[in-house]
Ligand binder design. Structure first.
Ligand code: BTN
Length: 263
């Protein structure tokens, strides 16, 4: 179930975002985390559209310091973006990457995929994968964002939370090169839309794909705090607006997790 770099580059050869012949895309059999390798590359000046894929990760990272199980068979990748300052809020990049991935996988495989703010991709409310954004810390001269995407494809997903893999949803194995290429094309497309048309178009698509409707109640988990709130939509920066005890709050992607049911 190895991922062929040649084949993946060929799949992306018509997308100038990834280089003339997809040469900005590298595949490794094993890495600690694609995020670490990408960070080194970003710091040594790698261009936007650089991609690091690994067949498996030994120390895959999830959001909020969690570990991310990354055995062979999944799609584990990081993509480098260099948006201008005003286009860099973490929530909007997270939301556009989730929309790009969900739309691409739906179009390629016909399975309806929903998004749960800020970064979860779901099939029937079971987690198919997630997105992790790493922004350059302020003061660093290079401005960049690393988008980490993890999708359970042919691997057994972890049992910690209700999860699903793409192959389980389809009832057949999935070719990883085609799957990774779809994800990358999807994100590049929605990133382009975001840069040229602004966040509103992305936000509209996110609302269409959302697993939680406006007006629905959801549990917000922030550090030791858990509370129920009513979803009011997305802000212009991609923050989730919720109503709690009659007041509207905006939630920032790095700080919270949402749950469908209470403690
Ligand atoms: C989450 O839902 O918590 C986000 C998971 C992101 C996992 C991906 S796999 C590729 C990249 N490398 C990592 O170490 N994490 C991200």
């Amino acid at each position: 179930m190895a991922i062929s770099e040649r084949r993946l580059r060929r799949e992306l050869a018509r997308e100038p975002f990834f280089g003339d012949e997809g040469e900005r895309v590298d595949v490794f059999p094993e890495l600690s985390s694609t995020m670490d390798v990408m960070r080194e590359r970003a710091e040594s000046g790698a261009p936007e559209g650089t991609v690091v894929v690994s067949e498996r990760q030994l120390r895959g990272r999830g959001r909020r310091g969690r570990t991310w199980s990354s055995p062979v068979g999944g799609a584990w990748l990081s993509l480098l973006l260099r948006p201008e300052e005003e286009r860099r809020p973490v929530s909007s990049l997270s939301v556009l990457s989730a929309v790009g991935t969900a739309r691409a996988l739906h179009e390629a495989y016909g399975v309806p995929i929903t998004v749960k703010w800020p970064n979860d991709l779901l099939i029937n409310r079971r987690k198919l994968g997630g997105i992790l954004i790493d922004l350059a810390s302020s003061g660093e001269s290079l401005t960049r964002a690393i988008v980490g995407v993890g999708i359970n494809v042919n691997n057994e997903p972890p049992e910690r939370i209700p999860s699903i893999s793409l192959s389980e949803a389809l009832g057949r194995p999935v070719e990883l090169e085609a799957c990774v290429a779809s994800i990358l094309r999807g994100i590049a497309h929605w990133y382009g839309t975001f840069l040229t048309e602004g966040f509103d178009v992305v936000r509209g698509e996110w609302e269409r794909l959302s697993a939680v409707d406006v007006g629905e109640e959801i549990w917000v988990v922030r550090q030791d705090e858990r509370y129920e709130a009513r979803v009011r939509g997305l802000s212009k920066l991609g923050e989730l607006l919720v109503e709690r005890d009659g007041r509207t709050e905006s939630l920032v992607a790095e700080e919270v997790t949402l749950r469908f049911s209470g403690p």
